[in-house]
Design a protein around this ligand. Structure first.
Ligand code: NAD
Length: 385
């Protein structure tokens, strides 16, 4: 029986994946300090090591004790807006802690990892044919200046390019004296694509994976998930983040009277109703993708990056309508100005994951809304109480 160590396994997507791993017969160890996760979302019998990734020596002890065959790494911060005002927090958790994790893997002989990446690595399309996004975009498109929006670093207002370079200075300082981790000119061009520090941190993680693969033979799959919505159809887990950012979670919180009004950011995008277009994906489909990725790596598959999405384009207004339909109630919303770091359109081509992993999304938007509604209106409180 293969042993899988899951960082962030008590969180939203992590807990769906832990459930799937247990059902598929893997032995699971969760490493999570519960800063935004919940032990109650874990299936019975799963070992929880309540440790922060910052604590490198404790993380190493966990690896030496359990000797995992592979890692699935979910632990990260993921709020796009927050990353533009607290970039150092994103560097520490999403980049520095990730390097610690890879070092521990290398030091203890664990050579397989499946890593959460994101649609935020893509930035804004530059021409119509860029959509749906293909994984090759981040290798082929070479912008001269950062698409990153201007941001605030402490009290300093910085242009996108300066903001990016300051973020990369943290990386250069951390990796000084490690030639295997030096960024090339090509790496830096890639990092000019995302619009937010969150997106930069995740694309940098993919680049770091490539470097650990070349230098130390660590084999990886990075899954770029698009917008995750919905909950476990068996009602064992769902989104519980203390500070909700998930669109359906916010919609149902409004419908259930827990949020006075839903903010819709921007109705002046060049889309059919002016609101942002996204590609939504159910966490149980992602869970299946992680299990297939592990099987792919264990059977000798080469290190790769895959999109994970349905390929269906939905505007924010369409998500609101689908949610209103299952709840049988109207949402009280207000249009606000566009939010820093949000692209107008983000829809994926996931055919590479279909061809190489045999993965395909099963759940559609209406099922995401049904399962999220059941979770938010009945099961979430019961499980967390
Ligand atoms: N939710 C989405 O829409 C979405 C979309 C694309 C990618 N992702 C990626 O998926 C991953 C999981 O997202 P999620 O929505 O499940 O988030 P989440 O906040 O629900 O889960 C993250 C988990 O990691 C734990 N964690 C965070 N930092 C840690 C640390 N330093 N040490 C130990 N534990 C730590 C938290 O306690 C939590 O349980 C993230 O890497 C995120 O970037 C999420």
């Amino acid at each position: 029986m293969k042993k899988i160590l899951v960082t962030g396994g008590a969180g939203y997507i992590g807990s769906h994946t832990v459930k799937e791993l247990v059902e598929k017969g893997f032995q699971v160890i969760v490493l999570d300090d519960l800063r935004s996760g919940f032990e109650k979302l874990l299936p019975e019998g799963v070992v929880l090591e309540k440790i922060g990734l910052e604590n490198k020596s404790a993380v190493k002890e966990v690896f030496l004790k359990h000797k995992p065959d592979a890692v699935i790494d979910f632990a990260a911060y993921l709020a796009v807006g927050e990353s533009m005002v607290e970039p150092e927090k994103y560097f520490e958790n999403n980049v520095e802690n990730f390097i610690h994790l890879l070092d521990v893997m290398h030091e203890t002989g664990c050579n397989y990892i499946v890593k959460s990446s994101t649609a935020a690595v893509y930035g804004n399309p530059t021409k119509d044919s860029d959509i749906p996004w293909k994984e090759t975009f981040t290798n082929e498109y070479k912008p001269a200046e950062a698409a990153l929006l201007e941001g605030k670093w402490g009290n300093e207002e910085l242009s996108g390019e300066k903001f990016l370079q300051k973020f990369l200075d943290l990386y250069r300082a951390l990796c000084a004296g490690r030639p295997e981790l030096v960024l090339s000119g090509g790496d830096i061009s890639k990092l000019r694509i995302p619009l937010s520090i969150y997106g930069v941190s995740k694309l940098l993680d993919e680049i770091i994976l490539e470097k650990y693969n070349k230098a130390f033979g660590i084999n990886y799959v990075a899954l770029r998930y698009f917008n995750v919505c919905g909950a476990d159809p068996e009602h064992k887990t769902g989104d519980c983040k203390p500070k909700a950012t998930n669109l359906m979670t916010l919609i149902f919180a409004q419908i259930n009277g827990k949020l006075p009004q839903l903010a819709v950011f921007g109705d002046d995008y060049p889309t059919k109703d002016g609101t942002g277009v996204r590609d939504y994906i159910h966490p149980s489909d992602l869970a299946n993708g992680h299990v297939l990725s592990l099987k792919y790596l264990f059977s000798g598959g080469r290190s790769e990056v895959f999109n994970h999405a349905t390929g269906e384009a939905s505007t924010v207004m369409e998500v609101i309508q689908a949610s209103e339909k299952v709840a049988g109630k109207k949402v009280n919303y207000k249009i606000e100005s566009r939010r820093s770091g949000d692209p107008s359109v983000s829809v994926a081509d996931s055919s590479k994951a279909k061809e190489m992993l045999g993965w395909e999304a099963k759940y559609r938007l209406s099922e995401m809304a049904e399962t999220a509604w059941e979770w938010e209106s009945e099961y979430k409180e019961k499980i967390l109480k």
